[in-house]
Design a protein around this ligand. Structure first.
Ligand code: ZN
Length: 652
């Protein structure tokens, strides 16, 4: 099976915003999911570079147009790399292949009798590259609510496409193909737009920047293809049109075109299918419009100026607020956007909502599953996975339901519904661990049951990684690394399978998946609360360490040789401690409870293998133990051996 998915090509002058990111992340998720299913995927994106505005913007910067677009296109490419977008093709409409495709396509339009030369007279908005009728203008200005600029009166010869001819064929096609336009309520907009009557559209301009009309057409001299008509053809170009017919026959028709709603009705759902009908090329299988991202209820866009959320800024903020890595921030953004807005509807972009989801869905539901299970395998089974057991009667069916729920939802691009199905599985897995309480099984010595629970829980983690991987590819890879799966070949079917983890597998080095801000040492004062989930771990589990772990502590009896205050720190003393033939400097927070002179000669218990740390400019190489009433530094009481033992004696 092949799967061909496209983003629109983005207007090269735009700054990539979270709005562009959303479309691209949605397509990337589809592409990754279909690759997991074993489909031969073609995922394309790119930049739209032939607009007349480009010439004016290049002039402002004092650059030739081509040099200008080269530099602008790179910003999109870099943005998609940052968001780990797995596109197969990045097309730029100034490329020779696009020129060949557009000229071939227009030659075919001409030969089908659907292009004719006439005079265009009307109002033109340069900013939107759109023609308007007199009655569409608002007080003589561009009717686009985000533009509102002055329009220009244009009267010039131009080529027209007989769109009017396709009114009935389009309506018939839409009726016969129920899944062609999504969502349903937007399809209704298209139907009423087309039913209202289609006028022929101007598809050429007199200009020097852009793709010239094919020389085979009469009256083509001095004309370039109107930028919108040119841009749409990129979908064919990426599939191999017109040079590579084998490739084109394989990938075309596209399985899904995805875009924001503003370019849906007129262009992707009307003009594009009509032009394809005219030249006899099959229509895309599905054309889907999503809503806008808003802030304070207004569309996020460049023309508004001000604080437009750019993906890079959002990533910086996630990292600063949570202490997570950049790849984890990328996945948090990807997850949040697909989970937040019902596909097709507008979504309000808020950092607070994003950080809330980070804490509840990612750190708690997903991160905790991993952080509860892997340390128990380390503790109870020396880091080796027990042998496979029979499918768990609760976990395995829940995994299958989640995979099927995602399959169903993603077929209509209902990413939110799909993720809800997956999070349903995570809830079952977390409840399973609560209920089975492996720490109690360990205490009771129920080894067979403990093996089963640990293996089943590890399988749940493997399945979770597979399920979330289309949306959070970097996190899935990290989960698999922590499970000990080297070079794991992930496939979608594995989400519904059981017993794939080999017995005896050595689990990998654990690391916080989605660190919680309060644990990453980040001050919470003065910023939105994000830590609203349940507690990180059940108490029983947190309190237990194995004897083996205890043995890692090097505790020794030492004698304080000298003590002095630390400049500028009224709670700290600098101690020199003899731990049996070796002198160590240690900084201890005991100055409110002890005078330095009273400490000399005292026997103390020292943690001798604590990592050195520099405190107030003093290198501290160990820690002395003391009892205290937490929070009351005057209550500190140093732990001393009850009877004299030699310096350097082991404490155990
Ligand atoms: Zn305008």
């Amino acid at each position: 099976m092949k799967f061909y998915v496209t983003t629109p090509i983005y207007y090269v002058n735009d700054v990539p915003t979270v709005g562009h990111a959303y479309t691209t992340i949605a397509c990337d998720t589809l592409a990754r999911y279909h690759r997991l299913r074993g489909d031969d995927v073609l995922f394309t994106t790119g930049t739209d570079e032939n607009a007349l505005k480009v010439v004016r913007a290049a002039e402002v910067q004092g650059l030739p147009p081509q040099a200008f677009v080269d530099q602008m296109a790179d910003r999109f490419r870099r943005q998609w790399e940052e968001l780990t977008i797995s596109y197969d093709e990045f097309i730029r409409t100034t490329e020779p292949r696009q020129h060949r495709a557009v000229q071939t396509f227009f030659d075919a339009l001409y030969r089908s009798g659907d292009l004719y030369l006439d005079t265009y007279e009307g109002w033109y908005c340069v900013s939107d590259e759109t023609f308007f009728r007199e009655e569409e203008l608002i007080e003589g200005r561009c009717p686009n609510p985000e533009c509102g600029k002055k329009v220009e009166w244009v009267s010039e010869p131009a080529h027209f496409f007989r769109l009017s001819k396709y009114q009935q064929p389009l309506l018939g096609y839409i009726e016969e193909h129920p899944g062609f336009l999504l969502p349903e309520f937007r399809k209704n907009e298209v139907v009423s737009f087309i039913s209202g009557g289609l006028r022929d559209v101007c598809v050429s301009r007199r200009a020097s920047w852009g793709i010239p009309l094919p020389a085979s057409m009469p009256d083509s001299e001095g004309f370039v293809v109107y930028v919108w008509a040119d841009a749409l053809v990129n979908y064919l170009t990426c599939a191999g049109y017109p040079d590579d017919s084998a490739r084109f026959e394989h990938y075309w028709p596209a399985d899904v075109h995805v875009m924001a709603k503003d370019i849906f009705v007129r262009f992707h759902a009307t003009l594009w299918p009509a032009m394809l009908m005219s030249v006899g090329i099959a229509l895309p299988k599905r054309v889907v419009a999503h809503g806008y991202w808003t802030q304070g209820g207004e569309k996020i866009s460049k023309s508004r100026g001000g604080a437009v959320p750019r993906p890079g800024m959002v990533l910086d903020q996630i990292m600063a607020e949570t202490g997570c890595t950049r790849l984890r921030a990328v996945d948090a953004l990807r997850y949040h956007m697909l989970r937040e807005a019902p596909f097709g509807q507008d979504g309000e972009f808020s950092m607070e909502a994003l950080l809330g989801r980070y804490a509840s869905d990612l750190a708690n539901d997903l991160g905790n599953l991993l952080h509860r299970v892997l340390p128990m395998i380390a503790r109870y089974r020396q880091g080796r996975l027990p042998e496979p057991c029979a499918p768990d009667p609760e976990l395995h069916p829940a995994a299958k339901r989640a995979a099927e729920g995602w399959d169903r939802a993603v077929a209509t691009l209902d990413f939110r519904g799909g993720l809800e199905a997956i999070w349903g599985f995570l809830a079952v897995a977390n409840r399973y661990i609560d209920k089975q309480a492996p720490w109690s099984l360990a205490k009771a010595g129920e080894e067979v049951a403990l093996d089963q629970v640990l293996y089943s829980a590890a399988e749940a983690i493997r399945i979770a990684a597979c399920l979330v991987s289309p949306v959070m590819p970097n996190t899935a890879a990290e989960i698999e690394r922590q499970l000990g799966l080297q070079a794991w070949q992930r496939e979608w079917d594995q989400a519904s399978a059981w017993g794939l983890l080999p017995g005896g597998l050595a689990i990998g080095e654990p690391a916080a998946l989605f660190p919680r801000p309060e644990l990453a040492g980040i001050e919470k004062a003065g910023r939105p609360t994000v830590g609203t989930g349940r507690a990180a771990k059940p108490l029983e589990e947190r309190q237990m360490i194995s004897f083996k772990e205890f043995q890692k502590l090097d505790l020794r009896v030492g004698e304080i040789l000298s003590a002095e205050p630390v400049a500028g720190a009224d709670k700290l003393l600098k101690l020199t401690v003899d731990i049996g033939g070796e002198q160590r400097t240690m900084v201890a927070g005991i100055a409110l409870a002890y005078k330095p002179e009273g400490l000399v000669g005292k026997r103390v218990v020292v943690v001798a293998n604590l990592e050195p740390a520099t405190i107030r400019g003093v290198r501290s190489e160990g820690m002395i133990l003391a009892g205290w009433v937490k929070g009351d530094d005057t209550s500190i009481s140093i732990v001393s051996p009850e009877r004299p033992v030699p310096k350097g004696s082991t404490v155990s």
